[in-house]
Design a protein around this ligand. Sequence first.
Ligand SMILES: NC(=O)c1ccc[n+]([C@@H]2O[C@H](COP(=O)([O-])OP(=O)(O)OC[C@H]3O[C@@H](n4cnc5c(N)ncnc54)[C@H](O)[C@@H]3O)[C@@H](O)[C@H]2O)c1
Ligand SMILES: [Zn+2]
Length: 351
Amino acid sequence: VLVGGGLLTELPSLLQRYCPARRYVIITDSHVAGHYGERLRETLAGTLDIMLVKFPAGEWNKTRETWSMLTDRMLEAGVGRDGAVIALGGGVTGDVGGFVAATYHRGMPYVQVPTTLLAMIDSSVGGKTGVDTVTGQNLVGAFHQPRAVFADVDTLATLPRAQLVAGMAEALKHGAIADGRYFDTLLARRDALLALDRDALAEAVIRSVQIKAEVVAEDERETGRRAVLNFGHTIGHAVEAVGGYKIAHGEAVAIGMRAEAELGVRLGVTDASECARLASGLQAFGLPVSIPVDLPAARLVDAMRHDKKVRGGVVHVTLMRRVGETARGARGEWTSAVDETAINAALAASR
Ligand SMILES: NC(=O)c1ccc[n+]([C@@H]2O[C@H](COP(=O)([O-])OP(=O)(O)OC[C@H]3O[C@@H](n4cnc5c(N)ncnc54)[C@H](O)[C@@H]3O)[C@@H](O)[C@H]2O)c1
Ligand SMILES: [Zn+2]
């Protein structure tokens, strides 16, 4: 994973070095094509055999239909096994572009060139690729590791602020689960980060990627430690689902982290002052921490039970001991089974 400013201009040599191929296919969405994709194609066309395929931006296009359209375009253009994919864009592009790479000719090499903060610190690292279905998100996919990730923080200049803040929620999560000092550094550098200071952004991306990569390296297929990355996501996903997906993912995760920290307090695992520290850090970045009043607890609990991570009808969550440290179960487990009474108490405390 390379992180820095101006990496896009170095892509011709970076590709040849880290992902040599006879032909490259840039997969990108309609927004990113206009900002960076078309220009990148021109830059690369000087030295490499290159084509660009795009799909309409938006989570609702992270589908098998988009996957078919992209793979058909590549088949028509005669892209062979000696080709490689460049997934240029946010997490949607990374997931669908990675899934194309995982399946085209039974798998071809690819690189991730993330252009959202979320994609840089989260979705581009770890090798999960896939698409959504009407039943739910990310239900059809594959594990397929990119050859390299090139995160050019200069591309964040055009990212809408709400998207930047959504990415910050995941960065703060990395601090909360693994590194309290990183959490504090993010807060100390808040103004620089929000003002898109190149060094501040690069440092944050690097630290977040280190944390995510370390967790994933230990548990690529998600049987154990990888679950800690879901901190805030069990209640967060329920908030998203019951809210009809009108609440942004990053905001829902912020609400979810606070609520899951409240759960830790109720279970005697988390100190109330650490829960407050987490909440005030999230709020400092303008993230919400209260469950909207129009989302009834009963529906949230119901949605949590339908989460694909639920085992045997019992909800398991990652609990934070303190900011920077995940609580472990008696046998070293990274998640704990929680009963409905505790969940309801935590939800009530998070209004
Ligand atoms: N694979 C994983 O491990 C993993 C982890 C977390 C999230 N995800 C997935 O990531 C997706 C969310 O990613 P996201 O938040 O990046 O969404 P996204 O890819 O939809 O990007 C958000 C919006 O910003 C636009 N955009 C992207 N880069 C831009 C730039 N530099 N300037 C201007 N506009 C830009 C996009 O066109 C889009 O409209 C979800 O589908 C989620 O499931 C995957
Ligand atoms: Zn998330």
